[in-house]
Design a protein. Structure first.
Length: 170
C-alpha cells in the first residue's frame, strides 16, 4: 500500500516549540504519486489572504522549460501555504519556498477544486543550480527509515540523476 508523501509530516509539540518530523520520501515515490513533474523558472509570486480570511497563500507562477513526467502547459500556477500580505506574515512548516527567478524541478499535484500544489511539500521542490538539484530541507528531522531498494531519498543530487529517477519511476 502506497502512503501519500504529502501525509508524511507530523507535528510534535514540546512545550511552546514545535518541530516538524517527516517520513522521508523517495524521488521515485514522489514521481509515482505526482500528476506531473516539471522543470522551470519562477516568473511571478503573489501572496493574498485565503477566502477564509485567516490564512495567507502565495501563488507562484512557473514558466515550464521541460516536462519530466505527466502533462503540463507552458506555465504552472502553484498555490503555496504562507506568505506576507499588508504587514502580516505567515510561515507554514514544511511548505516549499520559492524565489523570483529561481530554476526548480517541482512535483505537482492537482486538487479536485482545480488548484495545483507541490506534492510532498518541501520534499517535492528541488532548486536547480549548476547542474545540481536540491530540496530545501534545512531544519527538518526525518524518521529513521531506509528507502526501498533501488530508490533514493529526496535529497541533493545531480540534476541528471533526478531526471533519470523521475522518468524511470514505476
Amino acid at each position: 500500500m502506497t502512503r501519500p508523501a504529502a501525509g508524511f509530516v507530523a507535528l510534535l509539540l514540546a512545550g511552546s516549540a514545535a518541530a516538524a518530523v517527516a517520513r522521508p520520501a523517495t524521488v521515485e515515490q514522489l514521481a509515482r504519486e505526482a500528476d506531473a513533474v516539471v522543470q522551470g523558472r519562477v516568473t511571478r509570486m503573489e501572496s493574498r489572504w485565503a477566502p477564509d480570511g485567516r490564512h495567507i497563500v502565495t501563488r507562484v507562477t512557473v514558466r515550464v522549460s521541460r516536462v519530466l513526467r505527466g502533462a503540463a502547459g507552458g506555465e504552472v500556477l502553484l498555490e503555496i501555504p504562507g506568505g506576507a500580505v499588508g504587514g502580516f506574515g505567515q510561515r507554514v512548516d514544511a511548505a516549499p519556498s520559492f524565489q523570483p527567478g529561481e530554476e526548480a524541478v517541482v512535483f505537482l499535484r492537482r486538487t479536485a477544486g482545480g488548484r495545483t500544489l507541490v506534492h510532498g511539500l518541501a520534499q517535492g521542490k528541488f532548486r536547480v543550480e549548476r547542474g545540481e538539484a536540491r530540496p530545501d530541507l534545512e531544519g527538518w528531522a526525518f524518521a529513521p527509515e531506509a528507502p526501498p531498494a533501488g530508490e533514493r531519498r529526496a535529497e541533493r543530487m545531480p540534476l541528471e540523476e533526478l531526471e533519470r529517477r523521475v522518468r524511470a519511476a514505476r
